[in-house]
Design a protein. Structure first.
Length: 209
């Protein structure tokens, strides 16, 4: 089992982002290590911008994005037990690990260059793109914290759940409320997109303190 390694990484202040999968809701099957409480599970969205280089316009659930309730009945972590996280609307479990925790664009809208030869547009996608984008975003957070002489955020799951329940939620995240992966998108946390995607520098500022 990899969990002792993930636990050690979290204790050392490292955030490990894992793609939540590209087959919709976790009904059955192998979704590890998304079920680990020491891993940040990243779901998928379908992003619309205002045009090239013009920023965010809207986001909906990417229908194939993974998420749901731990098929192996891994216990729910403490931060998902906070009042207001699991609701009747999002259909989450109060006993078992829910995922994803966060999300980012996963639809087939990426420009990809490989082997220093060819580049393609709109041929590739999936939550395997979303997870490293979150890792890059956290790298920017760590950079800002270092520049300001602040403590880096470390393993972020225990922090982002209280942020999601707080008054600054819409400054920190884009709340995805439209669409389904088998579980419905709802206001706040849900099993289709977690807390949503990062909102510009809002979440960086909230984490880099």
């Amino acid at each position: 089992m990899d969990d002792p390694f993930f636990k050690k990484m979290a204790a050392q202040g490292q955030s490990l982002f894992e793609a939540a999968g590209d087959h919709g809701a976790w009904n059955t099957g192998f979704v590890w290590p998304n079920e680990s409480e020491y891993v940040i599970s990243v779901g998928g969205t379908d992003l619309t911008t205002n045009g090239p280089g013009k920023g965010w316009a809207s986001e909906t659930v990417w229908v194939d994005g993974g998420g749901g309730i731990s098929p192996d009945h891994r216990p729910i972590p403490s931060w998902q037990k906070l009042k207001g996280v699991i609701t009747k609307a999002n259909k989450g479990s109060t006993k078992y690990r829910n995922g994803p925790d966060v999300s980012a664009n996963s639809n087939f809208t990426f420009y990809v260059c490989a082997d220093q030869t060819t580049c393609t547009a709109n041929n590739f996608g999936g939550t395997s793109f979303a997870a490293p984008m979150w890792a890059g975003y956290l790298a920017l957070t760590n950079q800002q914290a270092h520049t300001k002489g602040d403590k880096p955020p470390g393993f972020i799951n225990p922090t982002i759940y209280p942020l999601g329940l707080g008054s600054g939620y819409k400054t920190d995240f884009h709340d995805i409320t439209v669409g389904t992966n088998g579980f419905p998108a709802t206001k706040g946390y849900d099993l289709a997109t977690g807390w949503g995607s990062p909102n510009k520098s809002g979440l960086i500022n909230a984490l880099a303190k």
